[in-house]
Write a protein that binds this ligand. Structure first.
Ligand code: ADP
Length: 579
């Protein structure tokens, strides 16, 4: 809704716009009147009147001229309206004076002429001041009042009757002006609203143009990255499918065609799972697919026997990535697959080879070691010192070789999932004490003592006895190997709530920082030179980690305040022991 101040400014502009026409009409009527009344007895009054009319009209034109030159701001509209009102009254006064002349002039023709002029200027006034009833009223009053007065004081009854009609006519005219005023007001409002709409429309258009430009730029970027992406997918050695949420192929890359032997056109629009997987796998795959759609999270890796078009079966590692739009709806799913048949076969062959080789080595090596131990024990006579030294070296190295073979075999078994673990309730403290007794002799070789500082007599873990002893043996032998002579290795037990923790604390050199990330990997040793001196294969901790994890536990280490390392592992409490 436009403000009243703005509407007033519009009204003022409209009225000033009409002013020159009004002034011209006034001048024309004045000239005609002078011409018509020039022969009157009272011609000097006529000339006097025309001079006044001329002066007033000139003043009004000057007013118009000033308005045109002004800045015509909304704030000044009120002031310009006041001047207009004065101008309208003055204009009315011109015709009021003419009405007064009526009573001075004697002939009937002159009277008729004046009445016609007055009627004309009243009607003309309505047109002139149509947009402001108030201005019209101000203009009409100086015309009507003297005329009415003159008629009312006339001797003739008929003329006095006319005097009553004049104010009536005036009132009706003001009423008509009022109606026109309202129409103009509505017009001004519409005009304002239209202008505002136009301005808003222009601003909107400008914003729209700007946004269109931004969209064009963004589109260019999206197209460029789309092309790049398409190129990646096209050239990728990995099979890539774009699937709809029902699992039907939308797009397929050449690697997928090549891997599965299907042409893209054969796959397009068809449910891929039905083509590639055996019916027995369907239920499980469907469940995982639905779970992925619900969670909107990628699923990987999914190892599946996959059927090629020719019926040949391969093992593929699949990953599924849902593409989610801004509303959180899955619009499609990217499935990527890699043939790992050969990789699996290579792994199997490697495992088979290492375990066969290790077995084949272990049997004769055990025999060699037994024979050497027999010789060195002196049970088959005492060889001379030189031979004895050589047989002792041979025994030590055979022992190390056997350890290495055993470790390799263990690791292979764990990784192939072939190492049996029998989880049952085990009293942890007893198990740890046993491991200390078993390893005491080994510790003594390095002048190191093992000591247990805590007691948890009734604590039960859910674990495999042999494997816990294996882990303890490895941690204790490492602690003994790396501790200085005469040191004590402390063994602690802690209740961690759902788990029990065993800690082995030594005063050794600590673990170098750069070695932290690799310490639980195969064949990882911080200082290879120590291997020769102290023995070890670099496999012990790798085996420990896998064993502890097989039993549902965790393993780790931390630097010890005052020097040395703490190795720890946690095992789950047996269900009966969990409070
Ligand atoms: P290894 O049979 O060589 O001891 P492990 O896997 O048991 O193999 O240990 C790997 C390496 O971790 C060791 O060679 C040694 O560098 C480091 N390490 C293990 N335990 C300790 C320890 N208590 N203190 C210092 N270094 C250790």
């Amino acid at each position: 809704m436009p403000e009243p101040r703005l509407l007033l400014a519009d009204r003022v502009a409209q009225l000033y716009g009409q002013l020159p026409i009004g002034a011209a009409a006034t001048l024309l009527i004045v000239v005609i009147s002078v011409y018509a009344l020039r022969r009157s007895d009272q011609s000097w009054i006529v000339y006097g009147w025309s001079s006044v009319a001329l002066a007033i009209t000139t003043a009004r034109l000057l007013l118009w001229w000033n308005y045109q030159r002004s800045t015509r701001t909304v704030e000044q509209a009120q002031r310009w309206m006041r001047w207009l009102t004065l101008g309208a009254i003055a204009n009315g006064l011109i015709w009021g004076l003419l009405a007064s002349l009526f009573f001075e002039l004697m002939t009937e023709h002159e009277h008729l002429f004046i009445v016609l002029v007055l009627g004309g200027v009243m009607v003309g006034g309505i047109a002139m001041y149509a947009s402001s009833w108030f201005l019209f009223a101000a203009y009409g009053a100086p015309i009507v009042l003297p005329f009415t007065y003159g008629l009312a004081t006339h001797d003739d009854v008929l003329v006095r009757g006319v005097a009553i009609l004049i104010p009536l006519f005036y009132a009706v005219s003001v009423g008509v002006a009022y109606r026109l005023d309202q129409l103009f007001l509505a017009g001004f409002r519409t005009q304002r609203a239209y202008r505002q709409l136009n301005a808003e429309c222009a601003a909107l258009n400008q914003r729209l143009a700007q946004q269109l430009q931004e969209i064009a730029v963004a589109r260019g970027q999206v197209e460029a990255s789309g092309r790049k992406l398409a190129l990646f997918v096209e050239r990728s050695p990995v099979a890539v499918f774009e699937l709809d949420p029902q699992g039907r192929a939308l797009n397929v890359n050449p690697a997928a065609e090549h891997l599965l032997g299907f042409a893209a056109s054969e796959l397009s629009g068809r449910p891929v799972a039905e083509l590639l997987f055996a019916p027995e796998q369907a239920a499980e795959l469907l469940a995982r697919w639905r779970q992925m759609l619900r969670a909107r999270q990628p699923v990987m890796p999914l190892r599946q026997t996959t059927r090629r078009r020719d019926g040949h079966e391969i093992v593929c590692e699949w990953s599924l990535t849902p593409l989610v739009n801004a509303e959180g709806r899955v619009i499609s799913v990217i499935a990527q697959g890699r043939d790992i048949t050969q990789q699996l076969e290579a792994e199997r062959l490697k495992q088979e080879f290492t375990s066969t080789l290790s077995h084949e080595l272990r049997t004769p090596l055990t025999a060699v070691l037994g024979a050497l131990q027999l010789v060195n024990s002196g049970a088959v006579g005492s060889p001379d010192a030189e031979v004895r030294e050589l047989t002792q070296i041979a025994e030590r190295n055979s022992q190390r070789l056997l350890e290495l073979i055993n470790d390799v075999l263990d690791l292979e078994k764990v990784e192939a999932g072939k190492l049996p673990v029998e989880l049952q309730a085990m009293p942890l403290e007893e198990l740890v004490r046993e491991s200390l007794t078993l390893n005491r002799a080994y510790g003594e070789r390095f002048g190191v003592r093992f000591a247990m500082s805590d007691e948890l007599p009734s604590a039960l873990v859910h674990a495999d006895r042999r494997r816990v002893l294996q882990v303890m043996t490895n941690l204790l032998s490492n602690a003994a190997k790396f501790s200085p002579e005469g040191a004590t290795v402390e063994v602690t037990l802690q209740d961690q709530g759902s788990h029990l923790r065993v800690g082995v604390h030594d005063r050794g050199p600590g673990i170098p920082h750069g070695f932290h990330a690799r310490i639980f990997s195969r064949f990882a040793q911080a200082d290879m030179s120590l291997t020769r001196e102290k023995g070890g294969t670099g496999l012990g901790l790798a085996i420990c980690k896998r064993l502890v994890e097989l039993m549902g536990g965790r393993i780790g280490f931390s630097a010890r305040a005052g020097g040395g390392t703490t190795f720890w592992f946690e095992l789950p409490k047996h269900a009966a022991a969990v409070p």
